[in-house]
Design a protein around this ligand. Structure first.
Ligand code: MN
Length: 203
């Protein structure tokens, strides 16, 4: 069973960058709904196996992909933010971003553009490309679409309207600019170290 993880900080801790009202609804309602949905999909797949009735299997797999994506993405997103965040990465992650994106400033521009140009709901993602042994960015549609294969997510930015609309209305650029102030680079760096251990050997 998937469960809703506690946050490491209070709902109000990311203000003024992310308002407490957004954090509370986002975590306790939206994220919870994905947890429930993922568990339901697993349960119904088990039921299909038990009864031998696989008529709904395609729908259940879609439900699982969407809801488990929502659960994983949000779990990561909460850890990727911190009231003590912001600034720039240091150490090995900083070096990899520097090499992979022609410096941090260019990375920030690229990641922001990835976020700003998503059509509809989705996520901007920085990931470890396992086969290429390098960092990559991509647009994740909804919670689960448009992923290049074999990517381990390190840093995710929620570009669904529920993530910003109560505070920033339609001005996505202000939301993204504020979000950079709460990025937990220590968390991203720890994920980078773990992800690099998965390098290569898949193909
Ligand atoms: Mn969300």
């Amino acid at each position: 069973m998937f469960t809703l993880p506690d946050l490491d900080y209070d709902y109000s801790a990311l203000a003024p960058h992310i308002a407490a009202e957004i954090m509370e609804l986002h975590h306790s309602k939206h994220h919870q709904a994905y947890v429930t949905g993922a568990n339901t999909a697993w349960d119904k797949l088990a039921e299909a196996r038990d009864t031998g009735n696989f008529a709904t299997v395609a729908k259940l797999e879609k439900d699982l992909a969407f809801n488990l994506g929502g659960h994983i993405n949000h779990s990561l997103a909460w850890k990727n933010m911190s009231p003590d965040g912001g600034g720039e990465p240091v150490g090995a992650l900083a070096e990899a971003i520097g090499e992979g994106f022609n410096g941090f400033a260019t990375f920030k521009k690229q990641f922001t553009e990835v976020a700003m140009t998503i059509q509809g709901s989705g996520w901007s993602v920085l990931a470890w490309d396992v086969c290429g042994s390098r960092l990559s960015t991509f647009q994740q549609y909804d919670h689960q679409g448009n992923l290049p294969a074999a990517q381990i997510p390190l840093l995710v930015l929620d570009m669904w309207e529920h993530a910003f609309y109560l505070q920033y209305r339609n001005v996505k650029a202000d939301y993204v600019a504020a979000w950079w102030n709460v990025v937990n680079w220590a968390d991203v760096a720890a994920r980078y170290e773990k992800a690099r251990a998965q390098a290569g050997g898949l193909l």
